[in-house]
Design a binder for this molecule. Structure first.
Ligand code: BES
Ligand code: ZN
Ligand code: ZN
Length: 518
């Protein structure tokens, strides 16, 4: 989508469709909605006044109302987009509203639209805690760009419903506000492109996106944005003694890929990073297809297991945005990619493997493969000098049972690192819920014959057993683990998002990284 920012009067902007946001300012749970527009442009408010007075439009989140030939506006259509209760307005609703505007254009065949910058000061203080305009501008772009993607690339007779151009129309304002709106807009474009890059990777089928192909795509992205990238395979795994990662990979004809992406901040002359400056390690689970291996999964729904590389894709996407936003902190992205297949050479339940750290693991279930590849990825990150670690993985079905598909699971061994991540989610709007991984749970991964087993001793708290396993490999290093199994794939179409890959964690990880330069 060709997304541009204009500073001018929305009423005078020539466009097939102008979108304006509306909120419900009524107070009290059962109060009838009172709809107010987030605009100070009288002509826009006047054009919508009559239909809003009818009470037909309630301004719920993502609700839209279309008017043709709006009086007094240059636009051919006016689209009113609901953002819900004014009091509850947050980063989430702005993104959703912008997304709903873009997705409302698609079935109409409208290829170009404009969005009037939400002017929350159009309401009085009693209704709203205003959002900073830099953030607002970023949210608009992110919501719109992410909403634009549809997943019909493999359909021979595609109905092209793409929206080609989006204009964000902000009022000619004071210089400072103008610069802030422009900055937010620029950041929004980078973040959204990264999230969409991730989503596109996750959408690819397992026969197309093998570990080797994932490596190629990561390398091409790195070349494009100026990151150092190395892609290794079986030999390097052997050299590094990554016995856990190699065991998972050995049952497939497809060789594994160990992808290492490095971002070094460019410093001005005379500037240097402190000797104890953090080095952040981003480790992603990249199982390009998870059959379960010898502990094979049931056939029903197995096709979904192409998204078992969503953690890896999130890290690759985050690295892309990091390269473009250039925070002053060193970041290393590590992806452990393999295909989990049952084959004559496959690893089996009962096998004992030795991880890169030297710890031995009794394999109870070959379907608990994610923690095995991550064990070596996390340890490797430490050997590369990472002082803080974060991993993302579609790790356990148990996490989906625990938290559903609204919150992703979060585990951490360090309060300040966890707090930094929670601060990041205030901007990213992504929902994570912390679960425990204290040593009380350690018995779960005890083995009779090795240092640990790869599944819990019983079926309770399976997401925690998996986190306890990973914790063995991070040791004392501050660490956050994200179990995104329930949130990486949306089964339902939403007014602001096509069903399919969500790109979860990209925005939060990116913001967490940016938190270390402050
Ligand atoms: N990739 C799956 C987890 C998963 C489940 C992701 C559902 C997305 C949706 C993982 O490798 C797995 O199979 N985990 C097992 C672990 C068990 C064998 C201890 C699970 O969750 O059942
Ligand atoms: Zn599995
Ligand atoms: Zn898996």
């Amino acid at each position: 989508m060709d997304t541009k920012l204009f500073f001018q009067d929305a009423a005078g902007f020539q466009t097939p469709m102008l979108a304006v946001f509306a909120v419900d300012i009524a107070v009290g749970q059962d109060a009838e909605p009172v709809v107010a527009l987030l605009t100070t442009t009288d002509a826009v408010a006047n054009a919508a006044a009559k239909v809003l007075a009818s009470g037909e439009f309630k301004a719920t989140v993502g609700e839209t109302l279309l008017l043709h030939a709006p009086n007094g506006l240059k636009a051919e259509r006016l689209l009113v987009v609901g953002l819900g209760k004014a009091k509850a307005l947050s980063v989430d609703e702005i993104r959703k509203g912008a997304g709903a505007a873009v997705r409302a254009a698609k079935p109409l065949g409208v290829r170009e639209l404009a969005i009037a910058f939400p002017e929350d000061h159009a309401l009085d203080d009693e209704h709203l805690e205003t959002l900073p305009c830099m953030l607002l501008s970023r949210l608009l772009v992110e919501g719109a760009e992410v909403a634009e993607l549809d997943w019909d690339t493999y359909r021979s007779e595609r109905k092209d419903r793409s929206v080609r151009a989006l204009s964000v129309i902000a009022k000619e304002a004071e210089k400072s506000t103008r610069a802030e709106i422009q900055d937010g807009f620029d950041v929004g474009l980078i973040v959204a492109a990264a999230q969409n890059f991730t989503r596109t990777l996750v959408n690819e089928p397992g026969n197309v996106l093998t570990p080797t192909e994932l490596g190629k795509r990561a390398a091409a992205m790195c070349a494009e944005v100026g990151l150092k990238c190395e892609v290794h395979s079986t030999e390097k795994l052997q050299e590094l003694k990554m016995g856990a990662f190699a065991a998972v990979a050995q049952g497939s004809e497809q060789p594994p890929a160990l992808i290492v992406m490095t971002y070094e901040p460019k410093l001005a002359k005379g500037e240097s990073l402190a000797a104890d400056a953090p080095v952040l390690g981003l480790v992603g689970k990249g199982i390009t297809f998870d059959t379960g291996g010898i502990s094979i999964k049931p056939g029903d729904g197995m096709e979904k297991m192409k998204y078992d590389m969503a953690g890896a894709a999130a890290m690759i996407g985050a690295m892309r945005a990091i390269a473009q936003l250039k925070p002053k902190v060193k970041v290393i992205g590590i992806v452990c990619s393999a295909e989990n297949m049952p084959d004559g050479k496959a690893y089996r339940p009962g096998d004992v493997v030795t991880a890169m750290s030297g710890k031995t693991i009794e394999v109870i279930n070959t379907d608990a493969e994610g923690r095995l590849v991550l064990a070596d990825g996390l340890h490797y990150a430490k050997t590369l000098g990472c002082t803080h670690l974060i991993d993302a993985a579609t790790l356990t079905g148990a996490c989906v049972v625990a938290l559903g598909i609204v919150n992703a699971g979060l585990f951490s061994n360090d309060e300040p690192t966890w707090q930094k991540f929670m601060d990041a989610t205030k901007i990213s709007g992504e929902k994570f819920w912390r679960l425990p991984c204290t040593d009380d749970y350690k018995d779960q991964i005890k083995s009779h014959i090795a240092d640990m087993r790869n599944t819990g001793a019983n079926r309770w708290g399976g997401a925690i057993s998996a986190a306890m396993f990973l914790k063995e490999f991070v040791g004392e290093t501050p660490w956050v683990h994200l179990d995104i199994a329930g949130c990486a794939w949306n089964d339902e179409n939403k007014p602001w998002l096509a069903n399919g890959p969500s790109g979860i964690a990209v925005r939060s990880i990116l913001e967490w990284v940016r938190g270390y330069e402050r």
